[in-house]
Design a protein around this ligand. Structure first.
Ligand code: GLC
Length: 541
């Protein structure tokens, strides 16, 4: 075998455990995880009751999506009070209890912070609407006069991520900016009062014991001076690929530096991860420079097709750009905003086979990995939700198919919906009856299940010295195939993935550790069927 690339992370072992460099972080979409009070909506006590499941799965930390007081125009990403829990999800005492219990289970807790915008019901926005143009109340948000006769045209051509203009007009004639729904007015981060308020909000949750933050729209808080036109329609199509005057502006990094200083002033290695859509992996890496956030979601990996060549390209570029700033690469296949990857990869048996192989690929890569709730069960996107249940503002406002289908509650046990999700008769989105074979209970009893694969992969990831943080060495491989070796502590782990259409034969020697499907490793050869991955203990020879 030839070795053609060696990629190694910068490492600073003197600074604590650096747990986040190779943590597996499980995303809990609170609304759809577990419902303790039978109202059909998941809640914090529900999460608390399922901590043994999460600890047993073998993840290191939980990221909880927003559970703060909210009118739920965007399912909690429209926050009305950042320092309290919405009654739908529980109480502040429940949050405290969950954090304490999670820590007792060896799980860290990361909470979502939503700094780009508030809810339109937030006390600040209510005050802004009640106050006159030019008032200090309006200066916390981005209010402007319109263009054209009588100011009847929006102040510029910016478009909302959810479709339509990014401006809404108040009865007094002024317009306010909302990059998302009109119920989510953008804050003006040039206003020191806004900065001080968020420093205080972070402090509140850090004092409560959280281990870090997932920063929502971390690329959005700074807008280009003068709010210039984009000069282009269909801006949604440019998201994450082009520089826009409202996303990924350099000034946003000052805010992240300020937050990093705050995090570092606490003990216990508290972290922040950026949800940032940047045009290139290079620009994404800016968010994780040593004095900024610890990690950034790698949407370039998530959006890569199931094909070895583009996958290898994005993997190499992600590792290289992260290493340049001394940050760990991160890997993510699904979240609450995108179509689940079983479905993206082709759905049905094919999608499942690929998702199994993708799990082994992802968890073998150097750095930190995210697991979206339900991916460990191989849940597909629900594509046929009845119309009356589809509530995602993205769809309602005309942008895309909507994100409801990846937010369907988890099936835990039993034969009928809602499959132990809650004590009530129904869940806020109906769970397909066909998921009876996908419940946690059903899969726990089946050693060939997706859940069994994740449990074993996560167990090995903890145990095997070559997995987690470190370097990666590519081996030569036929087209359609990825082969690399991880090495540490005198052990070598090989990972081979076949994304092509036929079985490939590779030179390989050693002991199989975990396979996503049927493989054969003997006599110095590995026979790897399509859409299959293998981890093995490498013997050179
Ligand atoms: C992020 C969230 C998404 C939300 C949006 C607006 O992208 O992940 O769910 O709609 O921000 O807050």
């Amino acid at each position: 075998m030839t070795q053609d690339t060696l990629l190694v992370h910068a490492s600073h072992p003197e600074e604590g455990t650096r747990w986040w460099r190779d943590a597996v972080i499980y995303q809990v979409y609170v609304r759809s995880f577990a419902d303790s009070d039978g109202d059909g909506v998941g809640d914090l006590p529900g999460v608390r009751s399922r901590l043994p499941y999460l600890a047993g799965l073998g993840v290191d930390a939980l990221w909880l999506t927003p559970f703060y007081v909210s009118p739920m125009a965007d399912f909690g990403y429209d926050v009305a009070d950042y320092r309290d829990v919405d009654p739908l999800f529980g109480t502040l005492a429940d949050a405290r209890g969950l954090i304490a219990d999670a820590h007792a289970h060896g799980l860290r807790i990361i909470v979502d912070v939503v700094p780009n915008h508030t809810s339109d019901r937030h006390a600040w926005f209510r005050a802004a609407v009640a106050a006159p143009a030019g008032s200090p109340e309006r200066a916390r948000y981005i209010f402007r006069d319109g263009r054209g006769p009588d100011g009847a045209e929006p102040p510029n051509d910016w478009e909302s991520v959810f479709g339509g203009p990014a401006w809404t007009r108040l009865p007094d004639g002024q317009w306010y900016l909302h990059l998302f729904a009109p119920e989510q007015p953008d804050l003006d981060w040039e206003n020191p009062e806004v900065r001080a308020e968020f420093a205080d909000i972070l402090t509140f949750w850090l004092d409560l014991g959280v281990d870090g933050f997932r920063v929502d729209v971390a690329h959005g808080m700074a807008k280009a001076p003068g709010l210039p036109d984009v000069g282009h329609p269909n801006q949604v199509e440019m998201l994450g690929t082009a520089v826009l005057p409202y996303f990924d502006q350099d000034a946003v990094h000052d805010i992240h530096r300020e937050w990093r200083r705050l995090l570092d002033s606490y003990g216990g290695e508290r972290i922040a991860v950026a949800e940032a859509w940047a045009p290139t992996p290079q620009r994404l890496a800016h968010y994780t420079r040593p004095d900024e956030l610890h990690q950034a979601f790698n949407f370039h990996y998530l959006t890569a097709p199931w094909d070895a060549a583009p996958l290898r390209e994005v993997i190499e570029e992600s590792i290289r750009t992260a290493a340049e700033v001394g940050a760990p690469a991160t890997w993510v296949l699904s979240n609450h905003d995108v179509k689940r990857h079983v479905t993206r990869y082709g759905g049905g048996e094919t999608g499942l086979r690929r998702a199994r192989a993708a799990a082994l690929l992802t968890l073998a890569l150097p750095g930190s990995s995210y697991v979206y709730q339900g991916e460990e069960l191989g849940l597909p996107e629900v594509l046929d939700l009845p119309e009356e249940f589809q509530q995602d503002p993205q769809r309602l406002r005309g942008e895309g198919a909507g994100r409801d289908g990846c937010r369907v509650p988890l099936p835990w046990e039993g034969e009928e919906p809602p499959f132990g999700f809650g004590a009530g008769p129904a869940s806020w989105l109906p769970i397909p009856t066909g998921w009876r074979d996908l419940t946690v209970a059903a899969q726990s009893a089946d050693p060939g299940s997706m859940l069994a694969l994740y449990r074993e992969a996560l167990r090995l990831r903890r145990e095997h010295p070559a997995l987690g943080d470190g370097g990666l060495r590519w081996e030569s491989a036929p087209p359609g195939t990825l082969v690399f070796v991880r090495e540490s502590g005198g052990r070598r782990l090989g990972c081979a993935v076949n994304t092509g259409g036929g079985t490939v034969r590779l030179p390989a020697r050693g002991t199989p550790l975990l396979a996503s499907g049927p493989v054969r490793l003997e006599g110095g050869h590995l026979d790897l069927p399509p859409d299959t991955a293998l981890w093995w203990d490498v013997e050179e020879g």
